[in-house]
Design a protein around this ligand. Structure first.
Ligand SMILES: Cc1cc2nc3c(=O)[nH]c(=O)nc-3n(C[C@H](O)[C@H](O)[C@H](O)COP(=O)(O)OP(=O)(O)OC[C@H]3O[C@@H](n4cnc5c(N)ncnc54)[C@H](O)[C@@H]3O)c2cc1C
Length: 432
């Protein structure tokens, strides 16, 4: 099957959807997604989204982001993200996204490593609130079409210009999608790990494709582990107990019911402290206590977490919750410039699969959704500004290369882990 469109966006998470909505209505946009449009990590985000509240908070927000990132962040990217944050939050509110407020005044919360409350949230389902409202807008737009259950297999290129993609549909049929621009918004790679908070279908496909096509990457060995996922022997995605729970005063205990770390330190430090404690205690988890908040507050502020724990045998108002670190976030990714362009012409990358440098060596809590929005919008604006039609370029694709999809899947997994191993052995691990 051959499809022609102006722009292809791979991925229907917050980055992909917000980017699509920022194109003018005269551009035909095709979005594809590996499963259904509402199955992305964006829907899972709990804690919230950061915003620069006022000029007085700039220095402090900038410093918190840099300190969490071990000062390896790209300062220009951080500045762009912070300065553009009020505008994208306003865009969301215009799309009917509801954040916690009192009589119309927004309420801000605080998470680990933030020195001030600057996080907007919607109960403990902020990602679902934002993503579902964006999806509604996308569906309304005549110029945007979503194809579900379609998997990106490769990009099509002509010299160093991207001219479309090869993808596989639900029935296994391979499609050639010709376009003027391709935007990769495929999220993280947690699906490659045994313990991860990510959806299992997020397997870093765009990263493997980038390596295969000599597209520049940055810091893909920087993998963030979240300190507190709900401990379970069940296989599959691990349920996250958001940082904002600790931001609201929850504490961690070892097996002797002693606190062993300052719970508000950055993620990588708390993760290491938990891993160390589990070794000392010879256990597979530590305990998280939310009990002091009381039943009413827990149910009101963290209904999703409360219900999940209850369904799994723990009443968060009465019981300690077993938690353990799990793979959570890809900090590095496909290297992009300040407008989200990759090292290949006509190819952009946004959201978790990209590396804008805003997170440095470790992401500050609630900066990821913000990065998706700010740099997703910039990609759309930059493409519009420099738009060049590729209609006269001939695309050559050998469909025989895509006959064995299982084989391709395991090849892509090996490509990624080999590259991570190569970087770690050349430069040392980031130890996140
Ligand atoms: C449990 C959890 C809680 C979180 N909480 C927060 C939070 O409170 N605040 C915050 O800022 N961040 C949070 N994060 C991180 C944040 O949610 C993600 O980094 C962000 O949503 C990533 O958005 P994205 O659009 O880049 O990718 P995603 O939302 O993951 O979307 C990726 C899309 O790409 C598609 N895709 C992948 N591969 C292919 C392929 N080969 N072909 C076609 N489609 C493909 C997927 O189907 C999906 O549609 C959390 C993450 C998790 C897992």
């Amino acid at each position: 099957m051959k499809i022609k469109t102006d722009i292809v966006i791979v991925g229907t998470g917050i980055a992909g959807m917000f980017c699509a909505l920022n194109f003018s209505k005269n551009k035909n946009i095709l979005m594809i997604t590996k499963t259904s449009a509402d199955e992305s990590d964006s829907f899972l985000a709990q804690g919230g989204i950061c915003v620069l509240r006022n000029d007085e908070d700039y220095e402090s927000f900038f410093e918190d982001t840099m300190r969490a990132g071990h000062y390896k962040n790209n300062k220009s990217s951080v500045e762009i993200m912070l300065r553009n944050s009020p505008e994208v939050i306003k865009d969301l509110i215009d799309y009917d996204v509801e954040f916690e407020n009192k009589d119309g005044e927004l309420i801000y919360t605080k998470e680990a490593a933030h020195s001030k409350p600057r996080i907007l949230y919607h109960k403990d389902i902020t990602g679902r609130e934002i993503s579902s409202k964006l999806l509604k807008q996308v569906i309304k737009r005549d110029n945007i079409k979503i194809i579900e259950n379609m998997t990106l297999l490769n990009i099509i290129k002509h010299d160093n210009t991207c001219t479309g993609i090869v993808a596989s549909g639900k029935n296994g049929q391979t499609s050639i999608i010709e376009s003027d621009y391709v935007i990769l918004a495929t999220g993280g790679l947690g699906g490659l790990y045994e313990h991860s908070t990510n959806y299992g279908h997020l397997t870093g496909d765009a990263i493997a494709i980038a390596i295969k096509n000599n597209i520049e990457l940055e810091n893909i060995n920087y993998i963030q582990f979240h300190p507190t996922s709900f401990y379970s022997k069940e296989s599959g995605r691990k349920f996250l107990i958001s940082e904002s729970v600790r931001g609201e005063g929850a504490v961690l205990y070892n097996k002797n019911m002693e606190r062993f770390v300052d719970e508000l330190l950055p993620r990588d430090i708390v993760t290491k402290a938990i891993q160390k404690q589990m070794k000392i205690d010879k256990t597979e988890f530590v305990w998280l206590s939310m009990k002091h908040m009381g039943s009413e507050k827990i149910k009101k502020r963290f209904p999703n977490i409360f219900n999940y724990c209850l369904e799994h045998g723990y009443d968060a108002a009465e019981d300690l919750i077993p938690v353990t670190p799990a793979q959570h976030f890809l900090i590095g990714g496909i290297k992009v410039n300040l407008n989200s362009k990759t090292s290949m012409n006509h190819l952009y990358a946004i959201g978790e699969t990209s590396c804008t440098g805003v997170h440095g060596a470790n992401r500050l809590a609630s900066n990821s959704l913000l990065e998706c929005l700010v740099f997703g919008k910039r990609a759309a604006k930059n493409i519009e500004k420099n738009y060049r039609n590729l209609a006269d370029i001939k695309r050559n694709v050998n469909l025989g290369d895509y006959n064995n999809l299982e084989n391709l899947k395991s090849t892509y997994k090996n490509i990624i882990f080999n590259e991570i191993e190569r970087i770690n052995s050349d430069y040392g691990s980031n130890n996140n």
